[in-house]
Design a protein around this ligand. Structure first.
Ligand SMILES: Cc1cc2nc3c(=O)[nH]c(=O)nc-3n(C[C@H](O)[C@H](O)[C@H](O)COP(=O)(O)OP(=O)(O)OC[C@H]3O[C@@H](n4cnc5c(N)ncnc54)[C@H](O)[C@@H]3O)c2cc1C
Ligand code: SF4
Ligand code: SF4
Length: 433
């Protein structure tokens, strides 16, 4: 770690570079405010950049995200630190916050990397690719994913053997193993928290067999298999590489379930499962897709019609709660469920099970502020202190929330929320001048 903390000032600090944080930063910058955008991951874009298509229009997610992400990254008033975290934020006065930020080493000089991938080709170390949920491997010298922003290599130092092959192959000599963390002390007038959501950990429901049965996957894993930048050219079940033909969705995995401590509805799982079922009907025309649900919550604009469209395409909807999943010798899964309409317990066999895991809060939000208290709601999302009249406000004056950091929501609502947060932040700055 370097001794001296680098100092800088901006109008706004935006924490989280998903669609909500990116949109909030862009709104402010387009109105002449300077913004520092801090992203923990190696690329901005959040979860949206990894999705296949989006409900209810079935537009390609990457085609919507990449122009937006490129506008954000090229904006002269937005500074982006990826691979970075906010350690703490202190309020210095009524109109000033000071944030302690750490930028972790990437071991590549970002400005000089052309994204040519020669380092990747030269590197002999293969590890599991976290962005493809382990379906394929990647090298220890790697570009995070094809549409990453910045499209710059990084060295996975934990798995690197320091053989030097990447250094030799790099035409711009931008690999630098001496890089260290850099600490910044940044002064800002306002803060927008857009740290998004985490996905429910399905290992917390052992009776569904995730982690034990290879052919039980999550919907985010299926998103990758359906995306244009997918790991394989078709949908495969991980157990044996067979193309599945009897797929099952288990809705509300980790949502609306008091037994695992999360009674709330995740709002997006019904719709993303209906979306994936439609995409699967296209990708695997001979396959049967069954969705096991408690209730289908198709509450948004165009959602009910989207649900009807799936039924029209032949997706099978079964009102029933899954009690247990067990595995057969051939890797197929037996789902034991309560068929609510028939008022009886039944069993069904499927060859791939997709758990529609729910939305949970990001625990990072609890520790950003040192001399102010950021209030959380009962489910640990950021509390909207004036939810009806001013939904972007938090318990700290001058600190606003955008997107799913305040609770489950889809992409259009995250963008609306980012619009509200950036407008409130700009009004706040102007009112204090
Ligand atoms: C399987 C699946 C399918 C979906 N399909 C659709 C769909 O078809 N249509 C639709 O409308 N919605 C869909 N969604 C919902 C959509 O993903 C969310 O609405 C959207 O991603 C919310 O954006 P966000 O910016 O609030 O959060 P996120 O996408 O979670 O972004 C948050 C960002 O903040 C960063 N971050 C987190 N903590 C920190 C920290 N401490 N410091 C710095 N950075 C941090 C993260 O790395 C991330 O980049 C789907 C979700 C899932 C799980
Ligand atoms: S030094 Fe590390 S990253 Fe570079 S080629 Fe060797 S193993 Fe790969
Ligand atoms: S680090 Fe060098 S070799 Fe690797 S992508 Fe960047 S410029 Fe190319």
């Amino acid at each position: 770690m370097t001794e001296e903390k680098k100092k800088a000032s901006y109008d706004a600090l935006v924490i989280g570079g998903g669609i909500a944080g990116g949109e909030a930063a862009l709104n402010m910058a387009n109105n002449g405010f300077t913004v520092l955008l801090i992203e923990k991951d190696l690329s901005i874009g959040g979860k949206m950049i990894h999705l296949s298509k989006v409900f209810p229009t079935l537009d390609c997610s990457a085609c919507i995200t990449t122009p937006k992400v490129s506008e954000i990254s090229r904006h002269p008033l937005i500074t982006i630190y990826t691979g970075s975290e906010v350690r703490n934020i202190n309020r210095l006065s009524d109109t000033l916050f000071e944030a302690d930020i750490i930028k972790h080493p990437r071991y590549v000089t970002e400005e000089d990397c052309t994204g040519c991938q020669l380092c990747e080709q030269a590197c002999p170390v293969v590890v599991s690719d976290q962005y493809q949920f382990g379906f394929v491997g990647r090298k220890a010298a790697y570009i995070p994913f094809s549409i990453a922003s910045p499209r710059v290599a990084a060295i996975d130092i934990e798995n690197c053997t320091l053989c030097g092959a990447c250094e030799k192959a790099c035409p711009t000599k931008c690999i630098d193993f001496t890089q260290q963390s850099i600490e910044y002390l940044v002064r800002v007038k306002t803060v927008i928290i857009a740290t998004g959501f985490n996905l429910f950990d399905p290992l917390k429901i052992p009776r569904f067999g995730y982690g034990r049965y290879k052919n039980v996957i999550t919907a985010m894993e299926m998103e990758r298999q359906l995306a244009p930048t997918r790991p394989f050219n078709t949908v495969l079940r991980p157990g044996d590489g067979k193309v599945p033909d009897r797929l099952a969705y288990v809705l509300c995995t980790g949502s609306r379930d008091v037994t695992i401590g999360n009674p709330i509805c995740s709002q997006i799982c019904c719709m993303y499962s209906i979306k994936q079922a439609q995409l699967l009907m296209g990708a695997l025309p001979m396959a049967d897709v069954t969705i096991y649900y408690i209730n289908i919550r198709s509450f948004g604009k165009g959602f009910e019609e989207f649900y009807d469209q799936a039924k029209g395409m032949g997706v099978n909807f079964v009102k029933g709660k899954i009690g247990l999943i067990s595995e057969k010798e051939n890797g197929n899964l037996i789902l034991r469920y309560e068929d609510v309409n028939a008022n009886t317990v039944k069993e069904a066999e499927h060859d791939l099970v997709i758990l529609a895991t729910g939305v949970v809060s990001n625990p990072d939000n609890a520790s950003f502020f040192t001399n102010n208290s950021l209030k959380l709601d009962p489910f640990s999302f950021i509390c909207q202190t004036d939810m009806l009249a001013s939904p972007a406000r938090t318990s700290i004056e001058g600190v606003f929330v955008a997107g799913t950091a305040s609770g489950p929501m889809d992409i259009p609502d995250s963008i609306l929320s980012a619009g509200a947060a950036s407008s409130e932040a700009m009004s706040y700055i102007i009112s204090k001048q």
